[in-house]
Design a protein around this ligand. Structure first.
Ligand code: PLP
Length: 369
């Protein structure tokens, strides 16, 4: 008898399944903690402040309308974003998390004879998407934990369709600046689409945010990926968007599901965009948290990668062992062996109290090792 595996597409059955971790309640129970509040998670680069109060209120108000399908054209969200970013609604496509944009890009641009170029230590989902569409992956070594744009240019081949630049990059918390991007964009061949994954861009002070929107306005072959998961504290709702010239948005729109973005998410996102105070508090919390972590790590003699957004790579020896030991203390961070950085863990900046608990746990764990 044939198995499901026999019937499946051969390139699918060998794919690794993305490990997303177990619920924090289960981890707490397994480790013998009395309450989930004893366990805290600095692992997924979420906003420790939570969602904006304005988003919460909007969600409450709209809860009774959830028997209706969402607005499939995302009219009001596109209006709000277009106004905020000073672009046209036709240059926007809201999605079920910005990860959905990656999948749509795969449908439109990838296949067995296509390829992508990405940095070796960039966001791992690019690789997963390429594998689903049987596309070839060229990984380019980073320089100093940062995208090496010259080397990425060199790596572009005739079959390359997409080049991914995660900026700021997860998991390194480094970035390339506008000048480096401008040089890259002046040389990149026109048979590739350059994808700037800007999941963390709003966390940077405005003067440090590279202007990539200008390339959209000029009609260049670029797609920007943004999200409400990080800065806006709405990761649970799954909402992000693509920004691109309208001709590209039209193509991406052909392969999306009719109601890909849920109504609660759009309601919250529109409200969250208005809350400048929440954004300001978020940036301040991160700045303070990074200063604290960097000071403590230096004092402990640990090297770290200077961070630009709300997470930091720190070198701890055996990252996997330290991750396990921290977990026993009730702290969940992210080991980095899957990114080829077995000596490191990635820690998300939390509230001041969480950061202090984290440093105490790290000191204890390292003293025991
Ligand atoms: C978190 C993250 C995303 C966001 O994904 P969503 O699907 O919007 O939650 C995208 N890219 C990078 C590099 C990230 O770290």
């Amino acid at each position: 008898m044939k198995t499901f595996s026999d019937i499946a597409n051969p390139w699918i059955k060998d794919l690794a399944t993305y490990e997303s971790g177990r619920p924090i309640e289960e981890v707490a129970r397994e480790l013998g903690f009395e309450s989930v509040d004893d366990v805290f998670k600095l692992a997924s680069n979420e906003n420790a402040l939570g969602p904006s109060q304005m988003a919460l209120e909007a969600m409450h108000e709209n809860a009774a309308k959830m028997h209706r399908y969402p607005d499939g054209g995302a009219y009001y969200l596109k209006q709000a974003l277009a106004e905020k970013l000073n672009i046209e609604p036709e240059q926007l496509l809201p999605t079920n998390g910005s990860n959905e944009v990656l999948e749509l890009l795969g449908h439109v641009f990838l296949g067995p004879n296509a390829g992508i170029v990405m940095a070796d230590c960039a966001f791992v989902v690019y690789k997963l998407i390429a594998a689903i569409f049987q596309a070839n992956v060229v990984t380019v070594p980073m320089k100093n934990f940062t995208h090496d744009l010259d080397a990425m240019l060199e790596a572009i081949r005739p079959e390359t369709r997409l080049v991914f630049i995660s900026n700021p990059n997860n998991p390194t918390s480094t970035m390339v600046d506008e000048q480096a991007i401008d040089v890259f964009m002046s040389k990149v061949p026109d048979h590739v689409v350059v994808c700037f994954d800007e999941a963390y861009i709003e966390l940077l002070p405005p003067e440090k945010q590279p202007d990539t929107l200008k390339y959209v306005k000029e009609g260049r072959s670029v797609v920007l990926l943004r999200t409400f998961s990080k800065t806006y504290g709405l990761a649970g709702l799954r909402i992000g968007y693509a920004i691109a010239p309208s001709a590209c948005i039209d193509l991406l729109g052909k392969v999306r599901q009719p109601f890909n973005v849920n109504a609660m998410a759009m309601t919250a996102a529109i409200a969250a965009l208005k809350d400048e105070a929440h954004l300001k508090r978020t940036r301040e919390m991160i700045k303070e948290g990074l200063t604290y972590f960097e000071g403590e790590f230096s004092a402990m003699g640990l090297s770290y990668v200077p961070a630009v957004v709300n997470f930091i790579l720190v070198k701890v020896g055996n990252g996997r062992e330290v991750f396990e030991a921290l977990k026993r203390q009730g702290l969940i961070v992210r080991p980095m062996d899957c990114y080829g950085l077995p000596g490191y863990v990635r820690i998300t900046v939390g509230t001041r109290e969480e950061n202090e608990r984290c440093v105490r746990a790290l000191k204890q764990v390292l003293a025991q090792m």
